[in-house]
Design a protein around this ligand. Structure first.
Ligand SMILES: [Zn+2]
Ligand SMILES: [Zn+2]
Length: 241
């Protein structure tokens, strides 16, 4: 089954995302663009995933529940889960490791939590764009505890990436997939050992991918997409639909 996917999108819970990135706006834009699967991956929080899941259900879109975690090494890691409940439980588990540094909306922007009708139900007080007190290894272990999969984000970007911050991919960490930024120079890594993902990292509606990243998945579900990310042989997804 071929599924057009964008697996890295920020909602208005991420302070760096545009205010237009409401759950319904994201889902409707993905629907207009004829995507089958989206992952909304806010920084260090899963709190907008219930709203996105509700909006996605109405449009018949698959949501792969995810977060973009920032480890102690300032490395961004996409953590994907099969269920909303697992992502929320993981979000609760990492919250205790998020330092008590509070958001300044005048500097960083708002961190809005919404319901499935895009009504604001709250705001996250702690600053979400900061490092957790968890190492990459600890983030990987915790994600596994909740049945999730870690994909290092934008590995060829010169900020918050595993290659830039560490200089290498730790051999002990058994990553199956890597996210590579299509607009940056290719990374100095043997990509044949990995599933390579090119997602948008959209912070604005217009940046959400066209349906050009196509995943061959065994089922039209979050589970199916996770299975595809883990499946051998590795290599790029199919590409243009
Ligand atoms: Zn990032
Ligand atoms: Zn991101």
């Amino acid at each position: 089954m071929r599924l057009a996917a964008d697996l890295h999108i920020h909602s208005c819970l991420s302070p760096c995302a545009d205010g237009e990135m409401t759950p319904n706006n994201i889902v409707n834009m993905a629907y207009i663009k004829k995507l089958d699967v989206i992952a909304v991956t806010d920084h260090n929080s899963a709190k907008n995933l219930p709203a996105v899941a509700g909006a996605a259900r109405k449009r018949g879109l698959v949501l792969l529940p995810g977060l973009e975690v920032q480890s102690r090494e300032e490395v961004h890691l996409l953590c994907y889960f099969e269920t909303l409940e697992a992502a929320l439980a993981f979000g609760d588990a990492i919250y205790a490791h998020l330092p008590d540094v509070f958001n300044r909306t005048d500097i960083f922007g708002e961190q809005l939590v919404m319901d499935a009708n895009d009504t604001v139900t709250g705001a996250e007080p702690k600053l979400l764009i900061q490092s957790l007190r968890l190492s990459i290894d600890e983030v990987c272990a915790l994600t596994e505890d909740f049945g999730g999969l870690v994909v290092p984000a934008h590995i060829n970007r010169e900020a918050n990436s595993i290659l830039y911050n560490l200089g290498f991919i730790p051999p002990g960490l058994d990553f199956h997939a890597l996210e590579v930024c299509a607009a940056a120079p290719a990374p100095a890594v043997d990509l044949s050992k990995y599933r390579v993902i090119h997602s948008s990292d959209a912070h604005t509606l217009g940046a959400i991918l066209e349906p050009k990243q196509v995943i061959e998945a065994p089922a039209r579900s979050a589970r199916g997409v996770l299975q595809a990310l883990n499946q051998r042989p590795y290599g790029p997804f199919i590409g243009e639909s």
